[in-house]
Design a protein around this ligand. Structure first.
Ligand SMILES: Cc1cc2nc3c(=O)[nH]c(=O)nc-3n(C[C@H](O)[C@H](O)[C@H](O)COP(=O)(O)O)c2cc1C
Length: 169
């Protein structure tokens, strides 16, 4: 099953998960980058990111190329911002929704303890897809790496064998 992991990461947590998935599934990965790549910290980071979510901004992404037709499974990964997927992931889905039609999709997110309705919101942005799994991690770069990898590997086995729509968790 040829797999692509598409993800955004502002502070490295989703990058860590995406790299593990790349190894576990022999997957290709596509990291989304904002054109505005200024690094905000502290309160400014939350105000900037939270505002983007609130006004439903779809920020400009750095150019990427992806031949979606060659993949059977697409895994989408995003940090949770204000209980939502990141605007960067929304921008990606807006650009590529048509090419994702009919694909198997799995979702992961990283958060700080409050994932909100992030998977429902992501699923609502998709079209006709078979959702084969969802998984979330609490700031994995700050957790015991081995435990994170074990959790991830269990999920990988689950999504590899899954051909049916799963309920959102
Ligand atoms: C603008 C902004 C909003 C956030 N909102 C939430 C939130 O609603 N719930 C939560 O649990 N964590 C929230 N976080 C924390 C991140 O989701 C969390 O640290 C995540 O692991 C970061 O992933 P990354 O390192 O790949 O960027 C927020 C972080 C930022 C920058």
């Amino acid at each position: 099953m040829k797999t692509l992991v598409v993800y955004f990461s502002y502070e490295g947590n989703c990058s860590f998960i995406a790299e593990q998935l790349k190894g576990a599934l022999n997957a290709d990965i596509l990291q989304l980058h904002l054109v505005d790549d200024k690094k905000r910290t502290g309160l400014a980071k939350y105000v900037w990111g939270g505002r983007q979510v609130m006004i439903k901004e779809t920020p400009a992404l750095k150019p990427y190329t992806v031949a979606m037709e060659q993949y059977d499974l697409i895994i989408l990964g995003t940090p949770v911002w204000a209980g939502s997927p990141t605007p960067a992931m929304h921008a990606f889905l807006e650009h590529t929704k048509a090419t994702l039609r009919g694909k198997k999709i799995a979702l992961f997110c990283c958060h700080a303890g409050g994932k909100g309705k992030v998977f429902d919101k992501l699923a609502a942005s998709l079209g006709e897809n078979t959702l084969v799994g969802t998984i979330d991690f609490i700031n994995p770069t700050k957790q015991d790496k081995q435990a994170v990898i074990e959790k991830l590997n269990g999920w990988v086995k689950q999504i590899q064998g899954c051909h049916e729509h799963v309920p959102l968790l």
